[in-house]
Design a protein around this ligand. Structure first.
Ligand SMILES: C[S@@+](CC[C@H](N)C(=O)[O-])C[C@H]1O[C@@H](n2cnc3c(N)ncnc32)[C@H](O)[C@@H]1O
Length: 488
């Protein structure tokens, strides 16, 4: 089957009148984009707009396209008129699917750039597949709504099952399965307590029934396997439970005030970064486990790219606990790394560098990058910012980058490592990033988020930088590594 079709297409329109349009089909692994081009005077019959749902139905059947993975765009070419109504336009069409045909077309205007992005597959697979298509059945959508309604209880139930050892005990029973009574006895819990959790565990697919007699037997479900053993799930759950859970109740207030109102559960700081080193031990542990879990996975892929230019002095802005700085020292025996960060983090970074035997190669400069009077140290061969710019609003990003510019030599590379939600391979990753944005809203600073790639690039470019290189899909978590240079 062709990946790309571009031709005229003839169809029978209203009352069977012969009609035609331009047809382009771009097949991707995860979806097909069908572009219907209006031919105006050379179309004797129904326009693509008037025959939209019928055309989409007909093409899905004749071209073997999955209705759930079909993106239809209507295109009207430029008619070279002075009137705007004759300009070129692109409209994405959404439909309802009744099981046999498309109905109820709805149009959303796309910019040319958005259309090209769709065709070229610039947007991440996760975004393409489900953010554009509302293909869920009503009965499933209603279930999803209940998952949201009981979300906090579901979360606590899953965490309790993990931390009380219930999942472990079910896992240990393997295919034989185990009943609530036996789990309760082995963990010295009440049969009632274990019973209600296991029943909720069924609804969460953490466990499955092997036998549903009077004393039912439970086995571990696939979702339970991930809750129990998957490192990313553990880091996310602990982060949500320890860092975000209580403060998330103040999300609405944070949206109204633009401040991290939930942070008050830990202290009276303007941002979480001012209090990071003073958070309660367990909270701090979960914060760092979450932070490190993600960026660390991309470091091995990033190191050869950054060191291809053989920087001998690297500045790590927002270097935190010195994880990247130490990775650099291990990778290149000559490099010296200067961490630029807030005082609390620098103290930790210095301790870690000493402990790793790199005290002479890792130094620190205290700087609040939001201070309009603050200036960045000069002399870097390359600058590194990992999971750093997402801690700021786009206006702040622009301001920080403008203040960085004068400290840079002309050919200095500025590397930005970020997970962009529109560049993810898996929807679970985009979901986690969207949720992480709300941690920024209610706990971290009230005004930043995990960005879409283009919006962050645009903010850095507004500060007088040009994007020299972009690599996507680094590490298991699809990080993007952007290389900027000052624009001449
Ligand atoms: C999310 S952490 C990223 C840490 C590390 N680069 C990584 O990839 O894991 C953000 C870092 O930015 C620092 N930071 C936040 N606000 C800052 C500010 N206003 N001035 C300087 N550093 C700041 C924090 O202290 C923290 O070390």
């Amino acid at each position: 089957m062709a990946d790309y079709i571009d031709r005229e297409y003839e169809y029978r329109g209203l009352w069977g009148v012969p009609s035609k349009c331009g047809l382009k089909i771009v097949r991707r692994a995860d979806l097909a984009v069908v572009v219907l081009t209006e031919l105006y005077d050379s179309n004797p019959g129904s326009s693509v707009t008037n025959w939209s749902a019928q055309l989409a139905t007909e093409l899905a059947a004749s071209e073997g396209l999955d209705p759930a993975k079909l993106v239809v765009v209507e295109h009207t070419p430029d008619r070279h008129s002075k009137l705007e109504i004759y300009d070129e336009t692109f409209d994405r069409v959404s439909y309802s699917w009744d099981g046999g045909k498309f109905t109820d077309p709805r149009w959303t205007r796309l910019s040319k750039a958005e259309f090209e992005a769709l065709i070229e597959g610039k947007v991440g697979a996760a975004m393409r597949e489900s953010y554009f298509i509302d293909g869920i059945r009503a009965v499933d959508a209603k279930f999803e709504a209940q998952k949201i309604a009981f979300g906090p209880i579901a979360f606590q139930a899953a965490r309790a099952m993990r931390d009380l050892g219930i999942l472990e005990s079910v896992a240990a029973a393997k295919d034989d399965g185990i009943g609530p009574g036996a789990v309760a006895r082995s963990l010295e819990l009440s049969a009632y307590g274990v019973g209600v959790l296991l029943e909720m565990g069924l609804s969460l697919a953490l466990v499955k029934l092997k036998d549903d007699g009077a004393d039912p037997l439970f086995v571990l479900g696939k979702t339970g396997h991930f809750v129990l053993y998957d490192e990313m799930t553990r880091a996310n759950m602990d982060f949500v439970g320890d860092v975000c859970y209580a403060g998330a109740a103040a999300l609405e207030d944070s949206i109204r005030s633009g401040k991290p109102e939930g942070l008050k559960v830990f202290g009276d700081w303007p941002t979480i970064y001012d209090g990071l080193s003073r958070l309660p031990e367990g909270v701090k542990r979960s914060w760092f486990a979450f932070d490190h879990h993600y960026s660390d996975l991309a470091f091995p892929d990033a190191l050869p790219i950054v060191f291809a230019g053989k920087p001998s002095r690297l500045f790590d802005v927002g270097g935190n606990t010195a994880k990247w700085a130490l990775a650099c020292c291990r990778y290149d025996p000559d490099v010296k790394v200067t961490i630029v960060d807030l005082p609390g983090q620098l103290a930790v970074a210095r301790r870690n560098a000493e402990a790793a035997g790199f005290g002479d190669r890792v130094s620190g400069v205290e700087l609040n990058v939001l201070d309009p009077k603050g200036s960045f140290p000069a002399g870097a061969d390359a600058v590194w910012m990992s999971q750093f710019l997402d801690c700021f609003s786009l206006d702040e990003v622009e301001g920080i980058m403008k203040r960085l510019r004068p400290a840079l030599r002309p050919a200095c590379d500025v590397f930005v490592l970020e997970p962009f939600w529109d560049r993810q391979r898996f929807e679970a990753a985009s979901y986690s990033l969207h949720a992480t944005s709300l941690y920024f809203t209610c706990m971290a600073n009230g005004n930043s988020k995990m960005y879409r790639s283009d919006e962050l690039v645009a903010a850095v470019e507004r500060a007088g930088f040009g994007l020299a290189e972009a690599r996507h899909g680094l590490g298991a978590n699809s990080y993007s590594l952007l290389r900027f240079r000052t624009a001449s």
